[in-house]
Design a protein around this ligand. Structure first.
Ligand SMILES: [Zn+2]
Length: 311
């Protein structure tokens, strides 16, 4: 189950303070944050590489950190390491250089760059070249350094409290998430992730990123035992509903979703059971962005069974 994990308060504070300093030095800019101004401030070099055009990857690598593990290499041309480990982004410490795979979808570049920028500003990430594959660049990555880089990237790209304040003033809907994604210049998915955590700090909120739930629309690789790409639980949800099974939640979504290819797929009230065995009502809404289907679930109230008696 792809649950999100939570950092220690001390580490989170430390990362947040460093991001705060960057934003202050930039004069607390309006969204969307221009990453080239961050690179300029931090004197970071930047480039794109491509497996088919490895101009920037000619140098030799001896060791590389990937997913929290140091990998020692016999002196290897960097391009070989990139191929072998399927790296999507790199931070080369001695050159203060960020390199991104230009063959990745353009929408992902921004998140990947934010992730590498955070590697560059956390002194305890120093030591070797840092490499990232598709798994280390998602917010639920469990490797400590990668989770820290993703946490900081979120703080940076969403301008810390600026996003929190604006999101809390909005209706908790997928339409609001769309507006916030446009305003802050980030992907729907990363904005969705952030909204679940922001809206769900005190009230249980859940977010699912899945393939199409409707039977007629499922892809060949759909796996019934593991139906969610990401099962995002807000801090308050995790505290009270840690036993909720993603398959059960997904089945309830299947119950109300239409087979539309894109746009709204449906909405309904869904009952989830907390860790004390009590039932609660959530308001669910599902929207198709074609390659990703997002479902947002917001806590409503304890569920009261309506008992009808026959006289
Ligand atoms: Zn990384």
């Amino acid at each position: 189950m792809a649950k999100n994990i939570i950092l220690s308060a001390k580490t989170a504070d430390d990362i947040d303070t460093r991001v705060e300093r960057i934003l202050q030095d930039l004069g607390n800019p309006e969204p969307p944050l221009a990453l080239e101004t961050v690179r300029e401030l931090l004197r970071l070099d930047f480039g794109y590489y491509s497996i088919n055009n490895p101009g920037l990857l000619q140098e030799t690598a001896h060791k590389i950190w990937l997913a929290g593990k140091q990998i020692l290499l016999r002196p290897t041309i960097l391009i070989e390491a990139v191929r072998k480990f399927d790296l999507k982004a790199l931070y080369i410490l001695d050159q203060k250089r960020i390199l991104l795979d230009q063959d990745e979808p353009v929408l992902k570049h921004r998140w990947n760059e934010g992730h590498e920028i955070i590697h560059s500003v956390l002194p305890w990430h120093e030591g070797a070249m840092l490499g990232d594959d598709a798994n280390t660049l998602i917010p639920s990555c469990h490797a400590q350094l990668e989770h820290e880089a993703n946490y900081g990237a979120g703080k940076l790209l969403f301008l810390r409290d600026r996003f929190t304040k604006e999101a809390l003033d909005l209706e908790q809907t997928i339409s609001s998430i769309n507006g916030l994604a446009d305003r802050f210049g980030n992907t729907r998915t990363s904005t969705f992730w952030r909204c679940v955590e922001t809206w769900g700090a005190r009230v249980p909120v859940i977010g699912l990123i899945t393939g199409h739930p409707h039977f007629d629309m499922r892809k060949d690789d759909f796996d019934e035992t593991n139906p969610c790409r990401h099962f995002i639980q807000s801090p308050a949800f995790e505290q009270q509903f840690s036993g909720v099974d993603e398959r059960n939640v997904f089945d309830q979504i299947v119950g109300y979703c239409s087979s539309n290819r894109g746009g709204p797929l449906g909405a309904d009230e869904v009952i989830l059971i907390d860790d004390n065995g009590n039932s609660h009502l959530f308001s669910f809404e599902t929207f198709s962005f074609h390659h990703n289907i997002l479902t947002l679930g917001i806590y409503l109230e304890p569920y009261k069974k309506v008992i009808t008696s026959v006289l």
